[in-house]
Every structure is written in structure tokens, then in C-alpha cells.
Design a binder for this molecule. Structure first.
Ligand SMILES: Cc1cc2nc3c(=O)[nH]c(=O)nc-3n(C[C@H](O)[C@H](O)[C@H](O)COP(=O)(O)OP(=O)(O)OC[C@H]3O[C@@H](n4cnc5c(N)ncnc54)[C@H](O)[C@@H]3O)c2cc1C
Length: 495
């Protein structure tokens, strides 16, 4: 077994681990990073960018939101079911963190919203070498971060997962990591866990969240996110924090593999959404906020909703553009919808349906034809009257479901990975169920991100990546305080 010693050992080289590594390097600390996969960047390599408020770019572009407003918005949204001190420190740091990343060489586009009424806090990264931002743009950021950490002398051990923490008395003082051909025993004054949660572990999702992967939920599974850090922390006494999925209302089709851009038409406010009893259950315009519409689905049988569209609405969207254009996908998804639908239906016959009448569509989707007919008739009457007495959908979105072709989409939860698992305090120190600090042990990013009280906050977009990066920086700043305390205690003992 190879022996290594360092000031800080970091487990995971996603955005959280990388931010911690750079901050450690900036303060002259000796840091080692153990990463399970062969590449750095973690899930952020698939994402677009982090949250920030009062960044230099926002100020230059006169984006009006302040950190005070964002803080109040956040705390109200979660009913204060998040550590307010931690949220304060995260938000107050977040603008300067965007500047820090920029100074490192990361380029950002105009701060973006997730949907029209959300805030412009999403600092979408520009791809390397210029061009327009798009899916996976944040990989350009993690590349810069990885290079910066190496420049600062951080040692990376790739394809070398950590497998165990070493705890002596009240302290965590190291870890064991193992590559294909070597085992390492690492001694460190502080260990930071940043392993990205359990999004690739259906058993944990079932056990701790109660959702069955592929049935109740489909989401991006990032290989290697097995909950390692969470399990290692629990083994040394960490408390369990609220666990959830970062999810929204979606379908089995979501994901880059399908290539079905028409899904964006099914996310428009003029759709009709019913539950398995063919009853309308929501103002469909809240589809813009996937996390809230997910909550509606969670109340329904099978956590499923049935989305119904018709060719006349698609045609309206084709001619006039959609109500909710995407800041990421800059095209009209209603263009070529029918052809794209047919192609996607071949791949996903269990999720996509098409018929020439509402009754026939109901049969195909496993719904009651008579009840669906009744619901559609009632809804169409509301559209004709320009007044939705049931759920108060805005008049401009009330387009009747009528035409020659009817399209159906079965919707379940979809998401980006897990949230939470390790209990921490505002210093990112890992604590027991009884709130006792496990000295020397810190958790950041997804493994510790239990701040949304069950409904992810798309309203302040970029939030999980923002939590990861800012948490990485803040944790190391708290570790510096901890080291100073250890040193002071040592000197006192000597005297
Ligand atoms: C498609 C997609 C798009 C997204 N877009 C955005 C976005 O635009 N904005 C936003 O805010 N969020 C976005 N997210 C979420 C965001 O990417 C995550 O919140 C963020 O990456 C979490 O960072 P992390 O460092 O905690 O974990 P991760 O990025 O998941 O990194 C964890 C790392 O730990 C490693 N690891 C796991 N186990 C071990 C072990 N035992 N030992 C060593 N290493 C280990 C993993 O290999 C991985 O590299 C997106 C997610 C997805 C799936």
C-alpha cells in the first residue's frame, strides 16, 4: 500500500471538488484529489453553467436582481427549510465566484433565465474557442478549472476511487483509495467528500426516495455516481440529510439520445394535461417550471400525467413560434414536428401515441375514452369562453384541442441526479444526527445538497452547480479556520 500525506484530501473531481482543489492551491495548501473516472469535471461536463447573483457580467448587463432579493426569494420558496446561514454565505459568494471563474479563463454568455418568469442568474458557459452556448457547454469550464488546479500544484489520482474514510476518535484523518493496480493510504488533516450523489444507483433511489427507475422516473444516469461518498460518510457516523431527486416533469424520451426536439412543443402552455382518470389536474402553463409540475405528477396514480396536443396547436406554434422559447435550443421545435414525432414514436412506442380522434387516442394511452372526450369538451368550452374557471390558465394560452391529428405523450419524472444524503452545517462540516461535528470531515456539492425542500429551484437557475462550486470554495475557507484552531490548540498544549 502506497502512503501519501497532504493537508487536504478531496474525493471527486466534479465542479465541487475542483473548486475546493483550486481554493486549497490558492492558499498554499497541499491538496490531493481522488477521482473515480478517467476524466475530471463530473456531471458538470453535461451541464451549461452555474448560478450567480451580482456577478460582474450581471452588473455590466444591468441585470437587476440583488443577492438580498435572491436570498428572500429562495428562503420563501423553501419555507425556510434550508440552513439560512449556509444559503446566505452561498449567495453572497456566488457573484464573486463567477468573476473568479472568469479571471481563470472561463467565458460566459449573457446571464440566462430558465423560463420567462425565472431570474437571470444562470451563467451559461461559452464553448471553448467561441460559438454559441448549448448542451454540455460547462465542460469548457471544468477543463479550465482542472488545468488551474494542476497549475497550483494539486495532485490528481484519476481512475482511483476512494473506498473508505479513516476515523480516529472524533477525527477523520485520511482515506483509502484504490486504482486498478495500486492501493493508497492517505493521511490528511481534512477530507472533503464531493462524489456527486447516487444518481446512478437505482437501489438507493428506491430505498431513500421511493421511486422506481424506468417506471416512476427517468433521468440522466452519470456512470459512477453510486453514492460512494454518502455511504463512506454514514459509515463514520454522519447523519442522513433529506434525500431527493433533482427532477422535473419529463418522460422516458428525455435525454440526448432521443433527438426528439418536438418534446419542447409538449412543454408549451397550450397543451392539455390529464391524469390516469382522464381528469385535468393543473394549469398547464406551469409546465414551464418542471419542478412544480412534477409535484402535481407526484400526487397522481403512478406518478404519471398524460399530455395531449393536436395538429392545430402545433401548426399555430409553427407559424407564430412557441410561447416558451428555449434559451438553450434556439430553434422552433414545432417546425417538422409531425415527421420528428413519427421517428421518435418508433423508438418510444410506450411513451408516444397518435390518433385521428380523442377517443382513439384515449384507447391507445390506456385512458377512459368517454371521460377524456368529456374533459376535452369542457376544456374546449373554456377556450371558447376565454376563461378557465377550473385552474385559471391565462387566456392567451387557451387554445382548443381540435383538429385532424391528436398526439399524446406519457409524462413521468425526469431529472439530473440525486440531491442530499450527508448532513452538514453551514461550514460544510459533516455532522452526526445529533449535530455533533465530525472533525476534519467536510461534504460539498450533490452529496450534501439538501437545500430545496423537495422542489428544485429552477426559478434561480444554475443552482446545483452554483451550490457545488461555491461550496467547494467556502469549505476550504472554513478548513483554513479549522487548521488555525488546530495550530492554536497545539501551541497552547506546548506552553
Ligand atoms: C444533463 C445535465 C445538465 C445539467 N445542467 C446544469 C446546469 O446547467 N446548471 C446547474 O446548476 N446544474 C446542472 N446540472 C447539475 C450539475 O451538473 C450538478 O449539480 C453538479 O455537477 C454537481 O457537482 P458535484 O461536484 O457535486 O458532483 P459531480 O459533478 O457529479 O461530480 C462528482 C465526481 O465524483 C466522482 N466520484 C464518484 N464516486 C467517487 C469515489 N468513490 N471516489 C472518487 N471520485 C468519485 C465522479 O466520478 C464525479 O467525477 C446538470 C446535470 C445534468 C445531468
Amino acid at each position: 500500500m502506497k502512503q501519501i500525506s497532504a493537508d487536504i484530501a478531496i474525493i471527486g473531481a466534479g465542479p465541487a471538488g475542483l473548486a475546493a482543489a483550486i481554493t486549497a492551491g490558492e492558499h498554499g495548501l497541499e491538496a490531493v484529489v481522488f477521482e473515480k473516472s478517467a476524466v475530471a469535471g463530473g456531471t458538470a461536463n453535461m451541464g451549461m453553467g452555474p448560478f450567480g447573483v451580482e456577478s460582474r457580467i450581471q452588473k455590466e448587463r444591468m441585470v437587476p436582481i440583488t443577492k438580498e432579493e435572491a436570498f428572500k426569494m429562495f428562503m420563501d420558496y423553501v419555507h425556510w427549510q434550508a440552513d439560512a446561514h449556509l444559503i446566505h454565505d452561498y449567495f453572497w459568494k456566488s457573484g464573486e465566484t463567477i468573476d473568479w471563474l472568469e479571471d481563470m479563463g472561463v467565458e460566459f454568455a449573457e446571464p440566462a433565465k430558465w423560463y420567462p418568469t425565472s431570474m437571470q442568474t444562470w451563467h451559461v458557459v461559452l464553448p471553448e474557442g467561441g460559438g454559441k452556448p448549448g448542451p454540455r457547454a460547462a465542460s469548457a469550464m471544468t477543463k479550465v478549472m482542472y488545468e488551474r488546479a494542476q497549475e497550483l500544484g494539486v495532485q490528481f489520482y484519476m481512475s482511483t476511487p476512494a473506498i473508505k474514510l479513516i476515523r480516529e476518535d472524533d477525527y477523520v484523518c485520511g482515506l483509502i483509495a484504490r486504482s486498478e493496480d495500486e492501493e493508497y493510504e492517505v493521511t490528511a488533516d481534512a477530507v472533503i467528500i464531493a462524489t456527486g450523489g447516487f444518481g446512478d444507483n437505482p437501489e438507493m433511489i428506491k430505498q431513500y426516495i421511493g421511486l422506481t427507475y424506468g417506471k416512476d422516473i427517468s433521468h440522466t444516469r452519470v456512470p459512477g455516481l453510486d453514492g460512494d461518498g454518502i455511504k463512506m460518510a454514514w459509515e463514520v457516523g454522519a447523519g442522513k440529510s433529506r434525500m431527493d431527486m433533482e427532477s422535473g416533469l419529463s418522460s422516458l424520451i428525455s435525454g440526448p439520445k432521443s433527438g426528439f426536439t418536438g418534446l419542447h412543443v409538449f412543454r408549451q402552455p397550450s397543451c392539455l394535461l390529464v391524469n390516469s382518470e382522464s381528469m385535468r389536474v393543473m394549469d398547464e402553463s406551469i409546465l414551464e417550471n418542471g419542478a412544480i409540475s412534477k409535484n402535481v405528477a407526484m400526487l397522481q396514480k403512478g406518478h404519471t400525467l398524460y399530455n395531449i396536443l393536436c395538429d392545430s396547436i402545433v401548426e399555430d406554434y409553427r407559424r407564430n413560434g412557441v410561447d416558451y422559447p428555449s434559451g438553450v435550443f434556439r430553434f422552433n421545435p414545432a417546425e417538422g414536428f409531425h415527421e420528428a414525432f413519427l421517428k421518435a414514436q418508433e423508438m418510444y412506442p410506450e411513451s408516444l401515441f397518435m390518433a385521428e380522434s380523442i377517443e382513439e387516442l384515449a384507447e391507445l394511452m390506456g385512458l377512459d375514452p368517454q371521460q377524456l372526450r368529456k374533459t376535452v369538451d369542457e376544456y374546449n368550452t373554456s377556450c371558447d369562453n376565454h376563461f378557465d374557471d377550473l385552474y385559471c390558465k391565462e387566456r392567451r394560452y387557451l387554445r382548443p384541442v381540435q383538429g385532424r391529428i391528436f398526439y399524446g405523450l406519457k409524462m413521468i419524472l425526469g431529472g439530473y441526479g440525486s440531491l442530499g444524503g450527508i448532513k452538514i452545517n453551514y461550514k460544510f462540516e459533516v455532522i452526526t444526527e445529533d449535530h455533533e461535528v465530525i472533525q476534519g470531515l467536510y461534504a460539498i456539492g450533490t452529496d450534501a445538497c439538501d437545500i430545496y425542500a423537495g422542489t428544485y429551484l429552477y426559478h434561480l437557475p444554475g443552482n446545483t452547480m452554483g451550490f457545488a462550486i461555491n461550496g467547494g470554495r467556502l469549505a476550504v475557507e472554513h478548513i483554513l479556520e479549522y487548521f488555525a484552531e488546530l495550530e492554536a490548540a497545539g501551541e497552547e498544549k506546548e506552553q
